[in-house]
Design a protein around this ligand. Structure first.
Ligand code: SAH
Ligand code: SF4
Length: 399
């Protein structure tokens, strides 16, 4: 076994040298190549190690059997593969899995995995990933926004969420028979991904990279509230699916709900959305997903639906109606099911595909945009759980 001493959740110190080990998790292929060059090793080691890490969920160099003993030892001295620390996890009978990660500095972020309705072993599994602790954009209906901004997550903290989720299906599976089970990723947890641009793009690149997770680009979705210049940049840098958190069909209302609209109003947002669909990869017929949270009496009238139809004219889009998830002191209520269906019908009659997101308590939207309350709640629970574990340990020691 490797000798390592933990000083915080993600940094490891080599006790012999006293030096911090380099975390390979979250490094791009080029960064890994550079790393191997820096320790006088050949380029191909980068892809070898990448496969172990991302395809077999292996972080222990001594398990990487196609590396020589000498190289395993050398890597163990200077490097490590460390995801953020799992503070709490909950696996439900229906297949939903939730994790609370404690990132360096003690902040908590939550990640949620939702299986398709049939919960088949190899069926669709969507992971909702966080990109920041808190969020600076302060949308009026979002509990993450109410928390304010704490800090950006690093690439290892972002990709680590996916790594841990996949690993959770690998326990007890022989290393060579392991495979990743998460089929879809949505950047819809805490934070505005485009305001943590580089680590987010680096992480999504690893999701797509065939030597890493090798996911389909249509199954990796970035959700943004509309940071327009970064959307143009994104279109140049990476080909992933795009979701736009629209929530209002006119500037007056959107300024109130999504304050970044004052900086980048709807006309600019729709223009960049069209650019994303038509300019980036015109041969692939693409669309954007429009997210629209249904707030009773605020943005859910027939008139709003008609305005939305006009606004989205000429933009290939699928509209996802999200029943509002209440949180303490939220100044909104959830639209009735009848209202949501009436709204949806207007969109469908105008030729759009609109879907209504389910709102089971364990559904993904209970997590997305709802992370603060859940984290606080789970933290209390995790505290209780830890107290319980400590008590048990004490009992064991006493016995
Ligand atoms: N910051 C990004 C991604 C994270 S939010 C964005 O805004 O797109 C993920 C999704 O959850 C967004 O569409 C957001 O508007 C939505 N959301 C936030 N709070 C919500 C709530 N209380 N009920 C339902 N959806 C919510
Ligand atoms: Fe931030 Fe998205 Fe919440 Fe708005 S909806 S506050 S952008 S996380």
């Amino acid at each position: 076994m490797s000798k390592i001493a933990t000083i915080d959740p993600t940094t490891l110190i080599n006790p012999d040298t006293g030096k911090a080990k380099i975390n390979l998790l979250g490094m791009s292929k080029q960064q890994l190549i550079d790393f191997f060059a820096s320790i006088d090793e050949k380029k191909f080691r980068a892809t070898q190690v990448m496969k172990w890490i991302y395809q077999y969920g292996v972080g222990d160099f001594f398990t990487m059997t196609n590396l020589s003993k000498k190289l395993q030892q050398k890597l163990d001295e200077v490097a490590c593969v460390v995801p953020p620390k799992v503070k709490f996890k909950q696996f439900s009978e229906d297949g939903t899995r939730k994790w609370i990660f404690e990132v360096t500095g003690g902040s908590l972020v939550e990640t949620v995995l939702i299986p398709a309705d049939d919960n088949k072993q190899f069926g669709r599994k969507t992971l909702c990933i966080s990109s920041q602790v808190g969020c600076a954009l302060d949308c009026s209906f979002c509990s993450t926004g109410k928390q304010g901004f704490e800090r950006d997550l690093t690439a290892s903290e972002i990709i680590g969420q996916l790594w841990v989720a996949n690993q959770s299906y690998m326990e007890d599976v022989p290393v060579t028979e392991r495979e990743n089970r998460v089929t879809n990723v949505v950047m819809m947890g805490m934070g505005e991904p485009l305001l943590n641009y580089r680590p987010v793009v680096a992480s999504m690149s690893l999701m797509l990279d065939d030597h890493a997770f090798g996911m389909s680009k249509r199954r990796v979705t970035l959700s943004t509230s509309g940071v327009v210049p970064r959307m143009y940049q994104l279109a140049k840098d990476i080909d992933v699916a795009l979701a736009i958190s629209l929530h209002a069909p006119n500037d007056e209302l959107r300024n109130k709900l999504v304050p970044i609209n004052k900086k980048y109003p709807l006309a600019e947002l729709i223009e960049v959305a069209k650019y994303y669909v038509y300019e980036t990869n015109p041969r692939h017929k693409k669309h954007v997903t429009i997210e629209y949270v249904m707030l009773a009496g605020v943005n859910d009238s027939d008139e709003h639906a008609k305005q939305l139809v006009n606004l989205l004219d000429g933009l290939p889009s699928k509209i996802n109606l999200i029943p509002f998830n209440p949180f303490p002191h939220a100044p909104y209520g959830r639209s009735s099911n009848n209202r949501i269906h009436a709204f949806s019908n207007i969109l469908n009659q105008a030729g759009f595909v609109s879907t209504i997101r389910q709102t089971r308590g364990d559904d993904i939207d209970a997590a997305c945009g709802q992370l603060v309350g859940q984290v606080a709640d789970r933290t209390k629970r995790s505290q209780k759980w830890q107290e319980m574990v400590t008590k048990k340990q004490k009992q064991l020691v006493a016995n």
